[in-house]
Design a protein around this ligand. Structure first.
Ligand code: GDD
Ligand code: MG
Length: 362
């Protein structure tokens, strides 16, 4: 099987962390999301993947080099200054891959435990031109929503309806099986949305089907979703990795601590703390419900709760970083400061005074 991963969006809702990395490379328990996706695809017998991205995202992926897990990887690059949306990049893969059979398309910001083979079987059985994996949620308003008939044919597809307009709670999981005939529907070299332009047309032509997926599914598009996804995965994998934790670390489980992390005396890590590689933490520090990206340094007597600390950021001594704070890569927080809830600090920015009003500091 072949798969296309759409990963050329701008991740505005994850700023300022996404200023320096695309969404698909955000670490989920110390491993880039893209690598989790690759692993899921390999266990489902996918052998070839096309990354449909922009040039900057390609640059980041090539720099970070997530493990390819034995997959053959190709790139389809959006033209400069013309983001192709969510359908245009699929059309853009046509010249790169010879498609003879239905193929998988995935949004690159989804973490899901999915049986692609089952989805493919459902697709073949109905003879659909496109099959959308559907997931049931409480509030469908920030997703694409499908209305099905009794044979799982999608009668109606609406992208991001209001809560009142949404006909059902079955949302587009951002995972599709598409027949190569899809290429006849998408214009070449132009921005085109699969959700707003292609799916409604296919629904009218009775060629669009849905397949309900059970189990783990998460979109990491917003900071709180990203934190939550890490927590859930940490819980899931913690039991397996328990034994790896050094006895000298005072950890309230579950925690994940990557290679070459230094932790000072009387410091308590966790519960739900994820520390990337080369992180250095001083004495008497508390870190919980938080993610600390690789290379960050945290000074003595500091408390970090419910926050995300970017790569190589430096947090001084005696600092309080509160719930929902995002400290971007290489930002510097000086000693003896209190940062209020939901404060965002842009990359490389230096903060030298206490901030008690929610804000984005650039
Ligand atoms: N190459 C390329 N070019 N990729 C893009 C572009 C583009 O111009 N724009 C977006 N993408 C990629 C994003 O990187 C992401 O992986 C995927 O397309 C979906 O875009 P998002 O911006 O994340 O969309 P969304 O989360 O608001 O909504 C989508 O996902 C929901 C599930 O999480 C839609 O598909 C919804 O219908 C769906 O329910
Ligand atoms: Mg998304």
């Amino acid at each position: 099987m072949k798969a296309v991963i759409l990963a050329g969006g701008f991740a505005t809702r994850l700023r300022p962390l996404s200023c320096s990395r695309p969404k698909t490379l955000f670490p989920i328990v110390n491993k880039p999301l893209l690598q989790w996706i690759f692993e899921g695809l390999t266990t489902n017998n996918v052998t070839e993947v096309v990354l449909a991205v922009n040039a900057l995202t390609q640059f980041h992926i090539k720099q970070q080099k997530p493990a390819k897990c034995g997959l053959k990887i190709k790139y389809a690059i959006d033209p400069p200054k013309t983001p192709l949306g969510t359908a245009g990049p699929i059309k853009n893969t046509e010249k790169i891959v010879k498609y003879e059979e239905p193929f998988i398309v995935l949004n690159g910001d989804i973490f899901a435990d999915i049986d692609y083979k089952q989805l493919m079987d459902a697709h073949v059985k109905t003879g659909a031109l496109a099959t959308i994996a559907l997931h049931k949620v409480e509030d469908p308003s920030r997703y694409g929503v499908a209305e099905l008939d009794k044979n799982n044919r999608i009668k109606n597809f609406i992208e991001k309806p209001t809560k009142e307009q949404a006909p059902t709670n079955f949302i587009n999981a951002g995972i599709y099986i598409l027949d190569p005939k899809i290429f006849d529907y998408i214009p070449k070299g132009k921005q085109c949305s699969i959700e707003r332009e292609i799916f409604p047309t296919l629904a009218k032509e009775h060629k669009l089907f849905g397949h309900l997926i059970e189990g783990l599914w998460m979109d990491i598009g917003k900071p709180e979703e990203y934190l939550q996804a890490n927590k859930i995965i940490l819980d899931k994998i913690y039991e397996k990795n328990k034994s790896k934790l050094s006895k000298n670390i005072e950890a309230k489980k579950p925690v994940a601590i990557d290679k070459r992390v230094i932790i000072g005396k009387k410091t308590v890590i966790g519960p739900y703390a994820i520390l990337g590689k080369n992180v250095v933490i001083g004495d008497n520090v508390q870190i919980y419900d938080s993610i600390v990206f690789s290379g960050a340094k945290i000074g003595d007597n500091t408390i970090i709760k419910g926050a995300i600390i970017g790569e190589d950021a430096v947090i001084g001594k005696n600092v309080q970083v509160n719930i929902g704070c995002i400290i971007a890569d290489q930002a510097k927080i000086k000693d003896n400061l209190n940062l209020t809830k939901e404060l965002s600090v842009c990359p490389a920015k230096e903060i030298s005074e206490t901030i008690l009003k929610r804000n984005i500091i650039c």
